[in-house]
Design a protein around this ligand. Sequence first.
Ligand code: GLC
Length: 705
Amino acid sequence: MCPPGKDVSQNGNIKTLESVGTIFEAEDPDVLQILERARAINVERNRSFEERIDHFEGLSPHGRRSGFNTPGSHTCFETQAMVAEAWENLRRSTVYYRSQPVGTIAAMDHSVEELNYDQVFVRDFVPSALAFLMNGEEEIVKNFLLKTLHLQSWEKRIDQFKLGEGVMPASFKVIHNPVTNCEILIPDFGESAIGRVAPVDSGFWWIILLRAYTKHTGDSSLAELPDCQRGMRLILSLCLSEAFDTFPTLLCADGCCMIDRRMVRFCLILNDFICNIRFRSSSVAILYLISVLIQGVYGYPIEIQALFFMALRCALLLLKQDQEGKEFMERIVKRLHALSYHMRNYFWLDLKQLNDIYRYKTEEYSHTAVNKFNVIPDSLPDWVFDFMPTRGGYFIGNVSPARMDFRWFCLGNCVAILSSLATPEQASAIMDLIESRWEELVGEMPLKICYPALESHEWRIVTGCDPKNTRWSYHNGGSWPVLLWLLTAACIKTGRPQIARRAIELAENRLSKDHWPEYYDGKVGRYIGKQARKLQTWSISGYLVAKMMLEDPSHLESDADKLDSSGVVVRDSNELVLGSCFIPALTVMSPFAAEALAALYGLRFALDLGCMHVVLESDSLTIISKLRSVVDDLFILRPYIADARLVSQAFASCQFAFTPRSRNEVAHCLTHLGQDSAVEMFWVEEVPPQAFALVQADLRCSESP
Ligand code: GLC
């Protein structure tokens, strides 16, 4: 609270955990926190069976397993046996290079043609790596990171064209050269893949995994290696480079991620038109081809945008603060702001937004346009009106001019939750949607890769008549057990472990009996996929990661998955709020920087409002003493502290005062809100609704004699 009779800005700050620098460093992307929590469980591996069952039962917020019918659920013994079998299979999938473990093979099914399933895929290895890390087996992860980094430096060519330096391989294999009697690693950067598409997601997964490794082991020496720093910068250069973009999202080719075949959807009106006439004359056939080239190839798929966001956040924590690193950090911070704004506003769909789009006018011009991308309401597919629950929402598949892919994609939505790309409200709406559309999205086998399937002429045009992607199969509405770990992590993050438990029980009914298939087919995922490999490694490791993450709920309510943040409130001499804001630390690289920036913003705010006499209060002694000091500050804080001092000179009087947190409740509340946000937010002449009551209480306090 401010002393009466003065214009003041108040600054509150909370350290999310007592000890900065522990494995629970507060500024971490959330999935990594969850990973850490899961590790804590593993230490308890020796607990007796009974204890473990009790413990497991205790996961429900109501104390016992409840809320869902589990008639077919496994006994604890069966579950333990399944976990043991999964570990055994995961170990068998290990790939060695010159006697060192370097990854896991995509599938161990030798009954069908191997194609490239005998390779180590970057994206497939992620759940394996997480399982190994949680189990204290770090070597394989380190080797994998180093070997793939080494492969990145290969000169990559497709025909006469040289690919960007930063491209990471989609996969690699170990070849034994009989002549030299030596093993070599052969990467695939897309030159052998179906469609010849370079994997955009590999680089992002690599950065995310590097952060997971660093966080888990507490060993930053790997990430700090000049080669690792360079590898990261090369990946970032590719995705942060300037071009003709008008959006902060990343434009990429179809098939550049987990869905590595053509699956981009485009305007239905055009489809119908083309389909009706496409075989009538050769000129129409040409028209059809042109439309595919223009409309069907490039886009902004949610999976890539969410991974992009998460990788940027991880990179911010991994980059060294040398000259080069700092330049990238500045670019990352700017991009994170723009990207989260764009995604949260334009990719988000709930009942209200759907209704708004349904009523959109088209042909709007200039800055006042509501229908910014000129989406034609008639292109809204029928199914989305039935699919959208009253409560709930999701990030749609793709947004570009006049084109919205309304399909629900699992990976993108889960990663959006884990990375805090989704606001807390959006994260919880996604979970609401999963609950209310359980039959459609989870059915008998978790989890639909996307919903709904494309059928008939739409399938023909969108997939190019792909026989593997027929309706409700594979990438076209198939059910992928690997997605279980992402769902579980999202459930934990949103405090809904019971949803994950229910999904895991479903998987346990069949996964092992069916020999861990790659995917399931059918509307509810009842059938083993038509061309699904058995013993698919990421189905195995995804299950293990989900199990391990869910095993310990004790950290669910903790602040460990929050960001550091600083809250500011500016009041006048009558205690009335003139403005408020919060600044998450991640957007400015460190908790102290957030505190310093909060002070600077508060002062600027007060100056804009014409305040003459100011007392800036903060519960951070460090910041107060730095503001009072005349000595130049550390590298990272210097600009903020110097600016704050400069602004302070513009007032008739300005003091810096330390205030204990208990006297700073509103700022403290703002700080809490900021912990769930990836971007800073401002309120003019008000505070966010969550802080109303505290402001009222302060006012009552100051009015009482
Ligand atoms: C399929 C999947 C791809 C995966 C690969 C290896 O091509 O679409 O995401 O990485 O198989 O499992």
